[in-house]
Ligand binder design. Structure first.
Ligand SMILES: COc1ccc(-c2cc(=O)c3c(O)c(OC)c(OC)c(O)c3o2)cc1
Ligand SMILES: O=C(O)CCC(=O)C(=O)O
Ligand SMILES: [Fe+2]
Length: 370
């Protein structure tokens, strides 16, 4: 892909929200735990080897880097260098000084907690249909034999607004819709500025990466992990990498759960109050020809506390064309990924179970030996 790969005008082609292949219905885990808090049903129990317990070796007390977003968005060269290192080394970082009001973050947490505390009958008014990935339920379940995640989800496509499906936006609590709107608009600001900074560390003009998206789509997934009596037996969200360009996560301040794979070990991301966690998605890995990787991560559960994460995926429009930039390819770095449209890639990813990074194989060039 050449440097001016982004000079594409937004077309009016895709006026329908993207659709997806069927996903199997799963039991509601919050309801399962409410009825019997002590029992962990067979379908959730993982083998020891799948859990791969964390080895807390001394140097793994290290944490993902922290980036000052204020400095970054003012073009501070040192912060840009820190971003480059964070992306190469971890694929994950936390951002502070992002400019979002703390009160807005808390309001979203409160109003979403109220939603999850509603009766199952009330929440099921927004149930995810088998052929969609929006609504209240759980995605990525494709087989009756699949071991399930200890997590319920509410998924909404937020931007562009013309793709919204109002039937999935909860009417109760009354303030939920407006609060999601206000929060997501702030995430859009932060996310698009981050993509501009990524464009700079790619060695491109500031707006090239955003341009090749044609239009940035934004989804919100709220993951609700109830407490689990034997947390060492289950996984909240199976290890995976994100199919997005970037993902921005607001997590609870007082409970750990998100873990990132780092040098073969699982490193928990300790919450920094009011910070946001950012991770690079598969789009960045493909465009950078693997220089910046979308790193595997997972969520674990907790014996006594429920945990909620608010995950915003920013990703390109279906007809955006992806492939490594020419200047990321040379003799030492042969081309690793094929050209593909984002729509093909997203469908391939979302129509399967979460399984580490196996979805990026779809774009890999096998001759490169990986
Ligand atoms: C039509 O409404 C939606 C379209 C797409 C998404 C969405 C975007 C993602 O980037 C994404 C993702 O990266 C992901 O990997 C962790 C994922 O889990 C399988 C998604 O569900 C997902 O969804 C949302 C709404
Ligand atoms: O729960 C979390 O902190 C992370 C969730 C996640 O990785 C996802 O929804 O893609
Ligand atoms: Fe994720």
């Amino acid at each position: 892909m050449s440097l001016n790969g982004g000079d594409v005008v937004v077309s009016t082609q895709m006026e329908e929200a993207p659709t997806f292949a069927p996903c199997l219905p799963v039991p509601n885990i919050q309801e399962t735990v409410r009825k019997n808090p002590l029992k962990v049903p067979e379908r959730y129990v993982r083998s020891e080897e799948e859990i791969e317990k964390v080895l807390y070796m001394p140097h793994f007390s290290s944490q993902v880097p922290v980036i000052d977003f204020g400095l970054l968005s003012h073009g501070n060269k040192n912060e840009l260098l820190k971003l480059d290192i964070a992306c190469k080394e971890w694929g994950f970082f936390q951002i502070v000084n992002h400019g979002m009001e703390i009160d807005l973050m808390q309001r979203l947490k409160d109003v979403v907690a109220e939603f999850f505390d509603l009766s199952i009958e009330e929440k099921d008014k927004y149930a995810m249909p088998p052929d969609d990935i929006q609504g209240y339920g759980h995605t990525s379940v494709v087989s009756e034999k699949q071991i399930l995640d200890w997590c319920d989800q509410l998924i909404l496509l937020v931007y562009p607004t013309r793709f919204r499906k109002p039937q999935f936006w909860p009417e109760t609590p009354e303030k939920l819709k407006d609060t999601i709107e206000a929060y997501s608009s702030e995430i859009k600001r932060v996310g698009e500025e981050l993509i501009n900074s990524l464009s700079l560390i790619f060695g491109l003009e500031e707006h090239v990466l955003l341009g090749l998206h044609k239009e940035v789509l934004q989804g919100l997934r709220v993951n609700y992990y109830p407490p689990c009596n034997t947390p060492e037996q289950v996984i909240g969200l199976t290890l995976h990498s994100d199919a997005s360009t970037v993902t921005i996560v607001m997590q609870d301040d007082d409970v750990t759960g998100l873990e990132v794979r780092y040098k073969g070990n699982w490193v928990p991301i300790n919450p920094i109050p009011n910070a946001l966690v950012v991770n690079l998605g598969d789009v960045i890995e493909v465009l950078s020809n693997g220089k910046y990787k979308s790193v595997e991560h997972r969520a674990m559960t907790n014996k006594n506390k429920r945990r909620t994460s608010f995950v915003s995926f920013l990703f390109p429009r279906d007809d955006a064309e992806l492939g490594p930039f020419d200047h990321m390819i040379d003799d030492q770095n042969p081309k690793m990924y094929k050209e593909i449209t984002y729509g093909e890639y997203l469908r391939h990813t979302l129509n399967r179970k979460l399984e580490g990074k196996t979805q990026t194989d779809a774009t890999k060039i096998k001759e490169c030996g990986i």
